[in-house]
Design a protein around this ligand. Structure first.
Ligand SMILES: O=C(O)CCC(=O)C(=O)O
Ligand SMILES: [Fe+2]
Length: 192
């Protein structure tokens, strides 16, 4: 299922389809939609645990918001197995058709070695890039992607701002996608 470049043993990317059941995904989306959204970016976001400052591209001790909300706890506990640590920061991103996220590496000094992304709603293609290399990874709804090692540090990841994706030769119009990204925050001990 993963492109060759991303054999998990060499590149640190793994994808677990159907990590959450459809009914649980629907309940989670309803929970998310009952919370306030921040709309300081082109796309709407929610931050839990720690606020991420998009201007300074950092997280500091002053950005601590508190523990993850209780409705995220069961999921965070399951995700902890894939992360090797308990996540203490979550960002929810909403993508309407035509919205994306520019290619980036998640802040290395801010966040721990594994980034975990749960996809809900529309399928979409995440593009990994390193120099001239490009690898498209379709993210099915309800799947869990884990970025570690080279997939976390050596490759950038992004989602093109377009209204459809070609997956296995077929064009798929996008609908609304919501992702839930789990991270561990690195805050320097002296700053705590
Ligand atoms: O929405 C996604 O699937 C990816 C989000 C992401 O890369 C990020 O928030 O750093
Ligand atoms: Fe990211």
């Amino acid at each position: 299922m993963l492109p060759d470049l991303f054999s998990p043993s060499t590149a640190g990317l793994s994808l677990t389809p159907d990590f959450v059941a459809e009914a649980d995904a629907a309940a989670l989306l309803a929970r998310i939609d009952a919370q306030p959204w921040r709309d300081d970016l082109k796309r709407r976001v929610q931050h839990y645990g720690y606020r991420y400052d998009y201007k300074t591209r950092s997280v500091g001790p002053d950005d601590q918001l508190g523990p993850l909300p209780e409705w995220l706890e069961p999921l965070a506990a399951r995700v902890a197995d894939s992360m090797g640590a308990a996540p203490d920061q979550v960002i929810v991103n909403e993508y309407l058709p035509g919205q994306g996220i520019a290619p980036h590496v998640d802040c290395v000094p801010c966040f721990g070695p594994r980034i975990v992304i749960l996809s809900l709603g529309s399928p979409c293609v995440m593009t990994f890039s390193r120099g001239q290399d490009r690898v498209d990874l379709p993210l099915p709804p309800n799947s869990l992607a884990v970025l570690a090692d080279a997939a976390r540090h050596g490759w950038r990841h992004g989602i093109a701002a377009r209204k459809s994706d070609v997956i296995a030769g077929l064009r798929h119009p996008r609908s609304r996608r919501v992702s839930v990204t789990f991270r561990t925050v690195r805050v320097s001990p002296t700053a705590r």
